[in-house]
Design a protein around this ligand. Structure first.
Ligand code: NAP
Ligand code: MG
Length: 487
């Protein structure tokens, strides 16, 4: 994305229901064909971000006092509109992010389901009554919204992931300032438009499209902000955490991963290989829950590697709008350089690619396409085994026992998700206890979510909070304790 002097940008931030244009413009391109400009955006500056905070603050009390069924109805209508507009939204999502149209459609409908789920939760607020120590006193707790919430989201799931933050925030009566990743502005505008068309009052959701480096501080430290929910990379999240702590703000972080699939002797190797391939290469490997380490018992390592390699070769790279394509490009030139950098470094460290290992050639050479890649001869100390790559790259690490496997699985700073392939129930149960992650799966890919259960990571993958399901209310509400006596 480059800054230009384009005079009539297609998109702008939306503050208090009104488009707000800044003085710089940027251009987003199609990662499958970077010569194609998808859209031009007028970028928000710090002043626009502050105006968004003030608009959210002004709209907060009205929305808080809107009845829960009425809030739920707005979210229901937004869900309906997302479903109705899914074809258009998914095309835009694919053109700006690069995932396949099928993936984008699934993600758009998932966003609609999440809005419906939180529409129902608006009505499902719980509180407790307590016996008071005074006999004439009524004592109870109720949940209240926290206030103005800053929502900062990444580009990799540009509609479902913001939806699970925005829907939960709105359901519980908060107002929102949302900063999507700069490279997916059209998708963000679709979500904001669906909500305003559904009847969300102006100012309850404000969209600021701008650079984190320019408006991030306002989003985290503005006096109106009560809480910040962030999903993105670990370094950016930890910097936001430090700033938020200094400003005394509540903060939720969902960060990177280096997720292992552990395969034990005795597992169904074909099933494991297929799931590993889905986990590692689905959505072009650009998932916080992607499988990036394959930790396998040495006795079955060669056979498993052959099968994973075969599955890796079956993905069809191509124009993500084309129905035959099963894997799109990585999302940006930055991502391309990062992923190719890790591939080069893996080779320098002595690892060997048995599948992929380079940028796609031929007709795809101009797009940001990377072949599904599998490395062997990887040491646990190699960067490829320790750092998040966020691309279609998996590393195979052979081990000699379950004990070595679990030690290796836990041997990174991250702790988002992990999976185990085994036919041994005792080891499966032991793994679910011993793995230090927020999510663990048995005989399944590391990736994927169900939206009615908690989602989030431990160690450097998070900050102790969980999203989705009922867990969301712990972040988006606060408890108030009420004592009432008669006169
Ligand atoms: P990122 O670079 O950390 O950016 C995430 C968001 O933060 C973007 O909107 C970005 O805006 C913004 N940002 C950047 N600097 C900021 C600052 N100083 N203050 C406030 N906001 C700032 O992450 P990404 O590259 O978009 O996404 C990939 C990362 O997200 C991976 O690490 C992945 O693991 C993680 N992720 C985690 C989960 C999870 O739930 N655990 C889910 C999905 C993705 P710009 O557009 O300006 O960069
Ligand atoms: Mg980034």
């Amino acid at each position: 994305m480059t800054t230009t002097t384009h005079t009539t940008p297609d998109l702008a931030s939306i503050v208090g229901g009104t488009p707000r244009r800044g003085s710089t413009t940027s251009t987003s391109v199609n990662p499958a064909n970077p010569a194609e400009v998808v859209t031009t955006i007028s970028l928000a500056d710090a002043e626009i971000a502050a105006a968004a905070m003030e608009a959210a603050s002004a709209a907060f009390v009205g929305w808080q006092n809107t009845s829960a069924p009425a809030r739920g109805e707005v979210l229901q209508r937004a869900a309906h509109l997302l479903d109705e507009r899914a074809d258009t939204i998914a095309r835009d999502l694919t053109r700006e992010e690069g995932k396949t149209l099928a993936e984008a459609l699934r993600e758009t409908h998932l966003a609609a389901k999440i809005f419906r789920y939180y529409a129902a939760q608006a009505l499902d607020q719980d509180g407790e009554t307590y016996p008071s120590q005074q006999s004439d006193q009524l004592l109870f707790t109720r949940r209240e919204p926290v206030g103005v919430v800053s929502v900062i989201t990444p580009w990799n799931f540009p509609i479902s992931l913001p939806s699970w933050k925005v829907a939960a925030a709105l359901a519980f009566g908060n107002s929102v300032v949302w900063k999507p990743a700069e490279i997916v502005p059209r998708t963000a505008v679709h979500v904001a438009t669906a909500l305003s068309d559904a009847g969300l009052p102006s100012g309850v959701l404000n969209l600021v499209i701008g650079r984190g480096s320019q408006i991030g501080d306002v989003l985290v430290t503005h006096p109106a902000v009560a809480a910040v929910t962030f999903t993105g990379s670990t370094p950016v999240g930890q910097a936001i955490q430090a700033t938020a702590a200094g400003a005394g703000k509540k903060v939720q972080l969902e960060l990177g991963g280096k997720n292992p699939s552990v395969v034990l002797a005795g597992a169904d190797l074909e099933h494991a290989a297929r799931q590993i391939s889905i986990g590692a290469f689905g959505a072009t490997g650009q998932k916080c829950t992607a499988t990036s380490r394959v930790i396998v018992e040495r006795s079955v390592a060669a056979e498993l590697t052959d099968r994973v390699k075969e599955h890796a070769g079956q993905w069809v790279l191509g124009d993500p709008l084309d129905a035959a394509t099963t894997i799109g490009p990585v999302a940006s030139d930055d991502q391309l350089q990062t992923v190719l950098g890790y591939i080069d470094r893996a080779r320098q460290d002595g690892a060997r690619a048995v599948a992929g290992g380079s940028r796609a050639e031929g007709a795809l050479v101009d797009g940001y396409f990377v072949q599904p890649t599998v490395f062997v001869d990887v040491e646990p100390s190699h960067a490829i085994a320790r750092e998040e790559i966020f691309g279609p790259v998996a590393a195979v690490l052979p081990v000699d026992s379950y004990e070595e496997a679990i030690a290796e699985a836990n041997n990174t700073p991250f702790g988002l998700t992990a999976s185990l392939f085994t036919n041994d129930l005792s080891l499966a149960l032991r793994f679910t206890r011993e793995i230090r992650t927020g999510i663990v799966r048995v005989n399944q890919a590391t990736s994927g979510i169900e939206y009615h259960v908690p989602f989030g990571g431990t160690k450097a993958s998070g900050h102790g909070h969980r999203e989705l399901g009922k867990a969301a209310r712990e972040f988006f509400t606060e408890m108030k304790t009420v004592y009432i006596s008669g006169l």
